[in-house]
Design a protein around this ligand. Structure first.
Ligand code: HEC
Length: 127
């Protein structure tokens, strides 16, 4: 009986966090469908920087400046990937043509990953 209640509670939590009926849930589905996650994994050898901890953190850029990863930065990173290049990474991200709603959903998902910051891995040496 208790186990059933626990299972039900877990199901509710899962549904409210990752469900496709929330902006961040739709964003999570979109980044799978669009293939963003083929580059953005937590693997140090991945083509793109891991997303966990990016939102709200200070991002070092390859021109020596840095920028706080607020919503505007995240939107710009998605719709104009050539604008801000994260230091240590190659400008390898392709252009995506997304609706404003899709971008908002993806940004909501990225903001939900702001929790435990990973130290940004920089697999490429600058030569
Ligand atoms: C071919 C690999 C590739 C794909 C596919 C890709 N990205 Fe990227 N992305 C990168 C690379 C490389 C960077 C770092 C260089 C830069 O800043 O542009 C980056 C940077 C970013 C950043 C800034 C991250 C930071 O650390 O500040 C965001 C946000 C982002 N991508 C979102 C997306 C989203 C959303 C998609 C799918 C719509 C996507 N990317 C698809 C390679 C990729």
């Amino acid at each position: 009986m208790n186990r059933l209640i626990v299972a039900f509670a877990i199901a509710l939590v899962v549904a409210s966090c990752g469900g496709a009926d929330t902006a961040s849930g739709r964003g999570e589905a979109l980044v799978q469908d669009l293939g963003c996650v083929t580059c953005h994994t937590d693997d140090a050898n991945a083509l793109g920087p891991p997303w966990v901890g990016v939102a709200g953190s200070e991002r070092p850029l390859d021109d020596g400046s840095s920028v706080v990863a607020d919503e505007a930065y995240l939107i710009r990173s998605i719709v104009e990937p050539g604008e801000d290049i994260v230091a240590g990474w190659r400008p390898a991200m392709p252009m995506f043509f997304l609706s404003d709603t899709e971008v908002d959903d993806i940004v909501a998902y990225l903001l939900s990953l702001s929790g435990d910051a990973l130290v940004p891995t920089m697999p490429f040496d600058e030569e």
